[in-house]
Design a protein. Structure first.
Length: 255
């Protein structure tokens, strides 16, 4: 991708799944990368593994915690010397029917997927504005932010909110030459989705889902979304801001 080499990139939720794949893709593009993740052991293992590809560091953080986010961004700035790109990837998901959903579960989902998205984006945007060199922020939404899915009321609402957060950020940060977009992946085969599918038939569920829902006939891979992260952060997307890129194998096209 044009314009990515030597960029300083922070990937939240970068120790597993899509975030880890994104961190690796940015390293392959010649970027320097800092990752955040919830589990300290997993973060350390990811950094050790990705160090074979390039310059990477990491810290553990709960993105719902404001002080933790401040520490994450400070650590990234300390290691990288600044931040040019944010892959705002941290998030969570689990199934729960609407009538069984507790207020505590609702609050935790919003705390991670929306509050955390806001906290990381705001902290990094302040760094970018102070640097005065522009930047690119890519927030993680979902096809569930564009269309409903049963048993995911709390998740769907959080991801829909990310889309409006993204568009409003794009308007306010455009004068600072900071572009803000979001990604909307469909079914991506990640450890998180694998754990969800285990409770509803695992392989049989995934096979049926692909056959019925995904025109391209396969699950998405973390690398598919990592490529989209790289594109939106690159100079190839220099005139793209305030919108979302769907990565779903044609799922939404089928209604």
């Amino acid at each position: 991708m044009r314009g990515l080499r030597d960029k300083r990139v922070l990937v939240s939720g970068g120790s597993s799944g899509i975030g880890r794949a994104a961190a690796e893709r940015f390293l392959e593009e010649g970027c320097r990368v800092a990752v955040g993740g919830l589990d300290d052991e997993q973060v350390r293992a990811t950094v050790a593994d990705l160090s074979r590809v390039g310059d990477v560091s990491g810290v553990s953080v709960d993105v719902a915690d404001e002080d933790g986010v401040a520490d994450l961004v400070a650590a990234a700035v300390s290691h990288l010397g600044g931040i040019d790109v944010l892959a705002n990837n941290a998030g969570t998901a689990w199934r729960r029917p609407f009538l069984d959903l507790t207020a505590e579960e609702w609050d935790r989902m919003q705390a991670v997927n929306l509050r955390g998205m806001f906290l990381v984006a705001q902290a990094v945007a302040r760094v970018m504005v102070e640097q005065g060199q522009g930047g690119a922020i890519v927030n993680m939404s979902s096809t569930n932010g564009l269309a409903g899915e049963v048993d995911y009321t709390h998740y769907n609402a959080s991801k829909a909110a990310v889309l409006l957060l993204t568009r409003t950020m794009a308007l306010e940060l455009a004068p600072h030459r900071v572009r803000v977009n979001s990604l909307c992946p469909g079914w991506i085969l990640t450890p998180l989705n694998a754990s969800i599918s285990e409770g509803i038939g695992s392989d049989a569920f995934v096979t049926r889902y692909v056959e019925e829902k995904i025109p391209l006939g396969r699950t998405g891979r973390p690398e598919d979304v990592a490529a989209a992260y790289a594109f939106l952060a690159s100079d190839e997307a220099a005139f793209i801001t305030g919108t979302e890129l769907v990565v779903d194998g044609g799922q939404l096209a089928g209604g």
